[in-house]
Design a protein around this ligand. Structure first.
Ligand SMILES: Nc1ncnc2c1ncn2[C@@H]1O[C@H](COP(=O)(O)OP(=O)(O)O)[C@@H](O)[C@H]1O
Ligand SMILES: [Mg+2]
Length: 454
């Protein structure tokens, strides 16, 4: 079977979509985790800076009219506990620096309590707390600024980003693997259906009944209705052929019967001769028409072979009885040699009858007047038709069973070249063979239908 190359593949498209979705989700996951983590780390630093500044502000006191501060140890150690970052502070009373780095800038009023800026070449974050202290009757404004570099924070956020990237990538890998599985399982019913249809023989037109998901139901229904129509049309053709055969044969049979009756009654030898010729011509045309129709029917039926048991001996005897009148016209004696009582076989009886009739018909046709035909039935199972006719030409044997092929030996005998084609096709449909050999006992040929032994 030739495979077409499909431009689009559902599987590929499904995979691509699932993969894109997974990649977008992974990226979103990475960005969210990183943002949340950075925010949390920054908040933590802000809180500690504020706590530190507040505890310094709480330690400002006034004594004998002067404002002083006792830097609490905890105020700066709590900052050191989160990282190795450098810490700066400045305490101002009014505009005067009381202690700390006096170049540490005051926050711009607009900024609120936290601010980020460059200080001594490094980025720092600061928290500012203001208090009002009273010293010697006057109220003073005290400002505490605590700042810290942000190296630790950067390190933390880098670590978290790295982790988020690893987790996001892992997620992507898992999602890709799952997409593969999903695509596979989504397409599995389609594959199952394809296989169940592909496995069928050419004559199997039963509806597809594999379990199908609802999405495939319309396709399966369409397929089934197509096969039903095909089956109906095959049956119709077969009925038509049978009907046509009947309509062609019946009037011809009537003409033949009438001619035969007249032949019996007529006295004059010249009348007898022309009536015989007429009967022969009728036989010939009914044979040719019949063969064309037979071949059409055989072609149809070999595709859907019937499976019935019948007796080959009985069928052969029926066929001989049927053709005996034709043989009688040429004074040919047909004798049946039985080496078995019965030969029950499985197959298509109508087809078999066709094969037998065509081979015997040939034997009669290609035999001279006043000769003998022997039909030999042996146990093999084998049915041989031995005649004393002209025999096959050796040159013809290669493709004598081809459609419409006639031998070089036919002379003026009319025919359609379909008889052996029919016999051969029928035998092959039954797993048997058609054998053509010369008559071992002298002049003529021996054509055999051989069955497989089961
Ligand atoms: N019994 C026979 N003796 C000699 N030749 C035969 C015999 N049967 C068939 N043939 C040869 O085989 C050819 C093909 O036979 P067939 O297919 O029945 O076609 P047809 O009989 O219409 O010519 C015949 O034309 C003839 O040459
Ligand atoms: Mg023939």
């Amino acid at each position: 079977m030739k495979r077409r190359s499909y431009r689009t593949s559902i599987r590929r498209r499904l995979l691509l979509q699932l993969f894109t979705m997974a990649a977008l989700l992974s990226l979103a996951f990475f960005l969210v985790v990183r943002a949340v983590a950075e925010r949390a780390a920054a908040d933590t630093q802000d809180n500690i800076l504020l706590a530190s500044a507040t505890s310094i502000a709480d330690a400002i006191y006034s004594e004998q009219g002067a404002v002083a501060v006792d830097l609490p140890y905890s105020a700066l150690s709590m900052l050191g506990s989160i990282s190795e970052d450098r810490v700066f502070y400045r305490v101002l009373i009014g505009e005067e620096t009381l202690t700390g780095y006096d170049d540490l800038p005051l926050p711009s009023p607009a900024q609120g309590e936290f601010e980020t800026f460059m200080f001594r070449g490094e980025e720092v974050r600061s928290a500012t707390v203001t208090r009002t202290v009273s010293s010697g009757g006057s109220k003073e404004r005290a400002t505490v600024i605590v700042a810290q570099t942000r190296l630790g924070l950067a390190a933390i956020s880098q670590r978290i980003s790295g982790m988020a990237a690893v987790v996001g990538f892992g997620f992507l890998l898992v999602a890709t693997a799952l997409s593969l599985v999903a695509a596979q399982s989504a397409l599995a019913p389609l594959n199952r259906m394809t296989q169940s249809v592909a496995r069928r023989g050419p004559d199997d037109l039963r509806p597809v009944d594999t379990q199908t998901p609802s999405e495939l139901v319309p396709l399966v229904d369409a397929l089934n209705s197509f096969m039903a129509r095909l089956k109906a049309s095959l049956t119709q053709s077969e009925e038509f052929i049978a009907e046509a055969a009947h309509r062609v044969r019946t009037p011809l049979a009537t003409v033949r019967a009438q001619a035969q009756m007249t032949l019996r009654r007529s006295e004059k030898p010249e009348n007898k001769a022309s009536l015989r010729a007429m009967i022969r011509a009728v036989d010939e045309s009914s044979r040719s028409a019949g063969q064309l129709l037979d071949h059409a029917m055989v072609s149809l039926r070999t595709d859907q072979l019937q499976d019935e048991v019948f007796d080959l001996v009985e069928l052969t005897q029926d066929t001989v009885a049927h053709l005996r009148p034709t043989a009688d016209l040429k004074d040919i004696a047909i004798s049946v040699e039985l080496y078995v009582e019965t030969l029950p076989i499985r197959g298509d009886e109508i087809l078999m009858q066709n094969a037998l009739r065509n081979v015997l018909d040939n034997a009669i046709k290609y035999s001279p007047e006043d000769s003998d035909i022997t039909v030999r039935i042996t146990e093999e199972p084998r049915i041989s038709f031995v005649d004393q006719g002209r025999g096959f030409s050796a040159d013809d044997l290669g493709d004598i069973t081809k459609r419409f092929s006639r031998g070089a030996n036919v002379g003026d005998i009319v025919g359609s070249g379909l008889g052996l084609t029919i016999a051969d096709e029928v035998m092959r449909a039954h797993g048997g063979t058609l054998e053509i050999a010369p008559n071992e006992e002298g002049r003529g040929s021996c054509v055999s239908l051989v069955y497989p032994r089961d």
